[in-house]
Design a protein around this ligand. Structure first.
Ligand SMILES: *Cc1c(COP(=O)(O)O)cnc(C)c1O
Length: 367
């Protein structure tokens, strides 16, 4: 965040248009253009985006939705919000994304959709899913993937609907916020209603209309998942910085990867040919058969040196609510379990200096 974001919030405060209005619209239009889709619709966060995307794909009671076992819990929770069942598949430990070779065995007549997660900003192979499983609806969880792409096609334009997050832990933020993307006008119109109580037209449209006595029609049960114009104003400024942020993160990610080659116990993240990584996080993998200590011991030592690290994310099948509901065991999804135990995100953000990176690299080498 900088001076521009600070100044941007003044406008909605001064003009009094506080919730979804002109700033949200500008934010959406720029987001759609940058991600090469016809429509982008802002919502309150990526979790609500996922919920609406699944509803708009017709997911409901009795349906199954394929979800990777290693992702933020919200990906799977959104399936449960719809009354459907999340069907987990394991990940490829090299990319932390869905192991699509396992997909065929997980499909049943009730499988309605799949949520490929572009984890840490690396796109899942949505092209493969489309080609081999054309019947499946595809909801991209691009929470970490604003600005990332696969063979030149941006995240959010690859499946039926894309979902993005503007939580502070992502590359661009407005505190909390989310975005839906689609090329399907009918889906966009449906999402537009669902995010705004099911109203046929928005407050802004009504405000500028000629018939003040008209209220919107409410023909579907919707939600209040709107984004405020305060957030829209900040998001718009942040979005204009996205390309620069990603270029800078790519430069530093390459620097880490070069410099850390000699740390034999630490596996640096892979970037397969044809992928533009968004680098929401730089997530390494600690090989405990060679490392000077366990992953957790290494994280503690780094912490003492003032270096914050975190596990990449969690194995959802190991979280209490999911263990209780489905009785999962760690070994049900060994890739996800290993990623949960041995992954380690090391610092990467746009306020770090060369000295910061060199300090971290030296600390890792000295272990
Ligand atoms: C952050 C994140 C979410 C949730 O986003 P919110 O905007 O916080 O709701 C969902 N999925 C993934 C993969 C994420 O990283």
């Amino acid at each position: 965040m900088g001076e521009e974001e600070w100044l941007a919030v003044k406008e909605p405060i001064q003009n009094g248009w506080l919730t979804q209005g002109p700033k949200v619209k500008q934010f959406e239009d720029l987001f759609a253009e940058m991600h090469q889709v016809k429509k982008a619709l802002a919502v309150s966060n990526c979790t609500t985006a996922l919920h609406l995307a699944l509803l708009a794909c017709g997911v409901g009671e009795g349906d199954e939705v394929i979800v990777p076992a290693f992702t933020w819990v919200a990906t799977a929770n959104a399936v449960l919000y719809c009354g459907a069942t999340p069907v987990f598949i394991d990940i490829d430990i090299n990319t932390f994304n869905l192991d699509l070779r396992q997909l065929k065995d997980k499909l049943t007549p009730r499988t309605k959709a799949i949520i490929p997660v572009h984890l840490f900003g690396l796109c899942a192979d949505v092209e493969y899913i489309k080609k081999n499983f054309p019947r499946l609806k595809i909801v991209e969880d691009g929470a970490c993937a604003a600005g990332a792409s696969l063979h030149g096609r941006p995240a959010g334009s690859l499946g039926d609907i894309g979902c993005f997050s503007f939580h502070p832990r992502k590359s661009v933020t407005c505190g909390e916020g989310g975005m839906l993307t689609t090329n399907d006008e009918a889906i966009a119109a449906h999402l537009d209603m669902l995010r705004n109580h099911g109203a046929s037209i928005s407050e802004e449209q009504r405000h500028h209309g000629a018939k003040p006595y008209l209220l919107a029609a409410f023909d579907v049960i919707g939600f209040n998942y709107r984004m405020t114009d305060l957030q829209g104003a900040v998001g718009l400024v942040q979005l204009k910085k996205l390309q620069g942020f990603i270029e800078e993160r790519n430069r530093w990610a390459r620097y880490y990867t070069d410099q850390l080659q000699e740390v034999g116990w630490l596996r640096t993240p892979a970037v397969p040919e044809g992928y533009t990584h968004g680098w929401q996080s730089y997530v390494t993998f600690v090989d405990e058969s060679k490392s000077p200590g366990t992953r957790n011991e290494i994280m503690e030592i780094l912490q003492q040196k003032g270096i914050s690290t975190r596990p990449g994310t969690h194995a959802v099948h190991m979280l209490g609510a999911y263990v209780e509901k489905y009785g999962f065991k760690p070994e049900d999804f060994p890739g996800a379990f290993a990623a949960d135990q041995y992954s380690m995100a090391i610092p990467l953000h746009n306020r770090m200096s060369k000295e910061d990176f060199d300090y971290i690299i030296r600390a890792l080498k000295s272990l």
